[in-house]
Design a binder for this molecule. Structure first.
Ligand SMILES: Nc1ncnc2c1ncn2[C@@H]1O[C@H](COP(=O)(O)OP(=O)(O)OP(=O)(O)O)[C@@H](O)[C@H]1O
Ligand SMILES: [Mg+2]
Length: 209
């Protein structure tokens, strides 16, 4: 029964595992996590160096974060998913609305100059804005995998642009009874409630020296 589906391009995991089919043929959970961690660190370095006055935080940039960071490992890097996905009780944006919804989110972001004008505004104002867009992207959940990390990378680059350090999510990502604060905030995002995310961002944002 499974074999019938192994060729399905929508099925990105090795049979009976939650390990995505990968170019290094890694089948071990700890090894794949380690590889992803290394690639993400390199991604941060690469995109940090590449930041300039004219960097536009548009959809192409967002996809590029995913592609550039993870294409050594995953064929789906930089591509939006082609299957519907849910986690817990949350069902993310349906595939048939994905492209359109993404375009709408990034159009709004463009109207706000991609949040590039927040270096002279208050941290509260900045956190409010990030919370809104972060929630939109969380409910979109556009990639097969690595949505949390790429979304955080995206706003870390926007934070850097505005003279902030990378946002500190350490407390929010700490696991307590299975659900960390970031996931609780993400669940709220599904109904457009971004207050928990705002709190996380407010305590995680710090101006760089
Ligand atoms: N039950 C849920 N309801 C809504 N959103 C959720 C739920 N569980 C997880 N999420 C969101 O999905 C993200 C995880 O998606 P994915 O596994 O694709 O990315 P990831 O990079 O592995 O994420 P992370 O590093 O945050 O675990 C979380 O960061 C969170 O934003
Ligand atoms: Mg994950």
């Amino acid at each position: 029964m499974m074999s019938k589906y192994t060729q399905d391009p929508n099925y990105i995991y090795y049979e009976n595992t939650n390990i995505p089919i990968n170019k290094l043929n890694i089948r071990n959970h700890d090894v794949i996590e380690d590889e992803e961690r290394k690639l993400l660190t390199k991604g941060y370095e690469y995109f940090h160096k590449k930041l300039s006055e004219s960097t536009a935080f548009d959809e192409q940039y967002f996809k590029e974060l995913h592609r550039k960071t993870f294409s050594k490992l995953y064929a789906f890097a930089g591509k939006y998913r082609t299957v519907n996905i849910s986690k817990g009780y949350s069902t993310f944006c349906q595939v048939r609305f994905l492209e359109q919804t993404s375009k709408e989110i990034f159009k709004k972001l463009q109207f706000e100059n991609y949040l590039r004008d927040y270096s002279t505004k208050t941290k509260e104002e900045f956190a409010r804005k990030i919370a809104f867009y972060m929630c939109e992207l969380i409910a979109l959940h556009p990639f097969f995998e690595l949505n949390g990390r790429i979304t955080r990378l995206f706003f870390d680059m926007i934070a850097t642009y505005n003279g902030y350090e990378y946002i500190d999510y350490q407390d929010a990502l700490k696991i307590e009874d299975g659900y960390n604060l970031f996931i609780k905030a993400s669940i709220d995002c599904m109904t457009g409630e971004d207050n928990k995310m705002y709190r996380i961002l407010l305590s995680g944002l710090k101006k760089s020296e």
